[in-house]
Design a protein. Sequence first.
Length: 518
Amino acid sequence: MLRLALASVVALLLIIVASQPKLAQGLWASALLEKVGLLVLLIAGARVLLSRRLPAAAWVAVWLAVLAWAVSFGIELFYLRDHLDGGTAYRMNTVFKFGLQAWILMALAAAAALPGLARGLRRAGWLAQTLVWSAVAALVALALIFPLVGTPSRLATRFPASPAPTLDGLAFMDLATYDWQGHTISLAADADAIGWLNEHISGTPIVLQSSLEFYRAYGVRIAANTGLPTIVSPLHASEQHDPERVADRDRDVQTIYSTLDPSQALQLLAKYHVGYVYVGPIERAAYGEPGAAKFDQMEGAYLTLLYKNEAVKIYQVNQNVYSVAPNALIATQPPAPAQAAPAPTPVPNPDAPTIEALERQSAADPTASGPAFALAQRYRDIGQLDKAATAIEQAARAHADDVALNQLWGDILRDAGRVDEAEAAYRAAIAANPTAGNYNKLGVELLGWGKLDQAAEVFHQALAIDANVAELYYHLGEVYEQQGQPAQAVEQYRAYLNIAGAGAQFSEQANKALERLK
């Protein structure tokens, strides 16, 4: 039966080559000797396997080799159509995956053949042993060329400085720097932070990190070097899972880092039950310093700074953050004052305390920021905005330096249509920390309320603090457009696109506005 199967395989391969012109053309057009050599090896191997005189150990070794040759020959004729189809690398994954199996099979065949080879050489005499084992030694030496010479060469194509030979796979990070979109990224600080994580973090808490691809940006280096889970690594996840769901997670990661609104970041941290927030050089370069700075504002009631070096900060997410409803995301443009925002449907969180428990905590100390924030958010989720405003008011007044608390208070008042009180809360957040991000938050609200002159003033104040925050130019363009000043609006939209680049949060809207204002 086995002989018949082997003969059938060989015959089938010959029939395919003879009957398929395109396959035959490909066979003769590229790597002719390789393909013909594989075919000859297959036929010769099949003949050996059909021999009744072959010892069992030798038969297994030949069988492994024939399998390897069959796989190698097969990927010369066929490929699996995947997302790379149509490009120059259309066969890459087929050759990569199946080629790996072929080499493993050949290595096993060689290892299985060595005992028989040694016995045969002993019978052949010392001269044959010397020649054959010298050839084997030469092959082993050639095989060592890549790990000994190729690895340093490969590292040199990416990093100007590499460590001495070592078994530590992370040693390169102590010296490595690389350029990414105009930023020079040093990995030394990341190396220290990764060592700290490996030493101090147990279990599998989710660590928020950049979702940039691994090969050039080295974005997911924390998950790769600690084994800790992260929200998403989209480069290959989109090939193996629903691309739309992967893209949603990718956008959420970008939003957490880049948003200037702490309450929006808190809601997304709760949505994914993030345990730790990692802010390193690539996160700052990719998502901007203003977005990274907001995590310092959230420290205390919502985040705890656990680790810090010259370029990395690691925050632990406090438990009260998980009581925030994960789908209660704040809109970029707030609703008009006359229309209260519809209350989102809360998603049950088994780890979140009940409203009754939060009410008891808040009643015991109405000025405690954690329970007040959580209770106000829960009231807001179920549409009880007056109760939410009352729950958070004392804590917000008692903690005038708590930016996230005051901004949530402002959001609740805004949703309730209490515009003047909301504006006062947003201005309290600015007084606590006059960053461009906090000014931007107020400016967006003023713009939504139609207070255009005040919004323009606030955006200009933000730009005076940090002229590199792209979002400010976009919103200032909106102000000028609504004021009937098209020339100034065009100037601001163009400034936004120049700083933010293609694919940024408002790039599509900015391009449409430029078309509209032609």
